[in-house]
Design a protein around this ligand. Sequence first.
Ligand SMILES: O=P(O)(O)OC[C@@H](O)[C@@H](O)c1c[nH]c2ccccc12
Length: 280
Amino acid sequence: MNRIDTLFTRLKSEGRRALMPFITAGDPDLPTTAALITELVARGAHMVEIGIPYSDPIADGPVIAASYHRALGHGVKLAHIFQTIRTLRAETATGHLTAAPLVTMVSYSIIHRQGVDRYLREAVTAGIDGLIVPDLPVEESEGLCRKATALDLRLIQLVTPTTPRERAVQITRSTTGFVYYVSVAGITGERRSIPPNLVENVAWLRTQTDLPICIGFGISTPEHVRELAPVADGLIVGSALVKRLVDADKLTRAEVVKEIGQFVAELATGLDVPPPRPAP
Ligand SMILES: O=P(O)(O)OC[C@@H](O)[C@@H](O)c1c[nH]c2ccccc12
């Protein structure tokens, strides 16, 4: 069974939610990315979203665009990213990382350049469990979803507040693993508060699909996590974490890993919401 499915089945039975931090592969370098993945999972992340850096960011705000830019500036290559993940999975075959799903966030142009079949095969061999392809229109996602499923990979698709409802339903039909609900129309990045209609939009989506729903965009603090945990199956945090990589060169790699691990441990405290009280 796919690690994403196993995770959500378990969390559901325990009445708990997943925390999925996002990091850029190769920022500041691939050994640090590997150390970060291990640390994030050790400090309370249930899965990790790994951004494959791309020069033409899609919906990426300034923090993630700059992070991609740094990684590309250091010459990070797709083959090295897969190699890093493969080594990490092999090294931790008996450790806590074994069960943690790894998901890549990747532009379709990268997949296309590699060739769809080759990309998927290498991803699965590396120990990746799912992919998010934000620039893939739903009309073209069915084929990719079928190929991914044949390899036991999940294709996670995005629904945004401006997605027409009919289209949202269509998206859930070629989505596997979980649905990524984008909390706000616009680009990634920290935000101060939670958009007002988010809760009802997610509640509606839930009536349309049995897939777990994870919320991302703008989640930056343990308070945000606490506020959204009751509505979501999982929460995704990118920019608030990635901005801690900006000054990576001023610290030792070990300090960077420790600081980000600490931040994720704080975010994870927001997951402990009490279960809904039974009606009297
Ligand atoms: O950075 P934020 O606001 O915390 O949002 C998560 C987001 O960064 C991550 O999931 C992501 C990175 N690049 C993307 C491109 C499209 C959609 C989502 C993403």
